[in-house]
Design a protein around this ligand. Sequence first.
Ligand code: NDP
Length: 262
Amino acid sequence: MQTFALFGDPVAHSISPRLHNKALRDLGLDALYTRVLLKDGSELMSKFRSLKLDGANVTVPHKEHALNLADVASPTATCAGSANTLVLKNDKIYAYNTDTLGFMRAIAPFGDIKTALIIGAGGTAKALAYVLQNNGVEVEILNRSKERIQNLSQNFNCFSWDEFRPKGYDLVVNSTSAGLKDDILCAPVEILLPVIKGSNFAFDVIYNRATPFLNLAQQHNLTCKNGADMLLFQAVFALNLFYDSSLDETKIEKSMREVFRL
Ligand code: NDP
């Protein structure tokens, strides 16, 4: 039997064990997926090995440790600056970033995107900005504080709220946690409104509720999507990586999608 786990702090709320265990069962795989509360990210690899895991997912706040402590990092994870998937192969731990792959798969129905504004400058924003740029999209970043955009400003046009001159984009992404547990917009309405009015598609990484950002975008007739498909597809791609890409992703997707309908 193979064993997989999710590491994070907190982990109790995560839907990942349900997604993975459902697909493992439906695909007839002899494996289980559990969760591990990990306080100290520097212990990630020693825990992975002591639990004799075959693979793992990593969530907040340990995704950077996952990249930095792995034996081998995939180019996508290196570029994103974080990893959410670990796989044991020939006694080496490989790190991947399937959040970015899940995001690209989730926005695929929007069609050709040439310009994007990422709102936020945390770990998720950074990963999405790099994957979009690697796919030929011209990316700008807008963030509340100046501190977090400093590291990104070498590679992107970055603005804090007071420096930003609103304009339109093909795609606007909320990658902040504003709206996750409150009714706060991810930027002041006088900034957001002209951006939304001049843009075509809106995506919110938050998946479990209608955020003020998506509500505003919907009111102005943008094509909108929340983060549910991103979450779904990062899990689909992670499970396939656990099995050396030998599984049928359409079957995994079908099985995991049913969890969202429960
Ligand atoms: P971080 O803590 O790394 O970054 C948070 C960002 O949000 C910062 O840029 C911060 O700005 C900004 N922010 C927080 N509160 C506000 C606010 N009230 N107004 C404006 N900006 C705010 O978080 P992560 O990047 O790890 O996660 C961000 C979101 O992405 C979370 O909601 C998480 O659940 C979601 N997520 C979804 C996934 C999916 O599969 N759908 C996968 C991964 C994450 P500042 O610098 O000013 O503090």
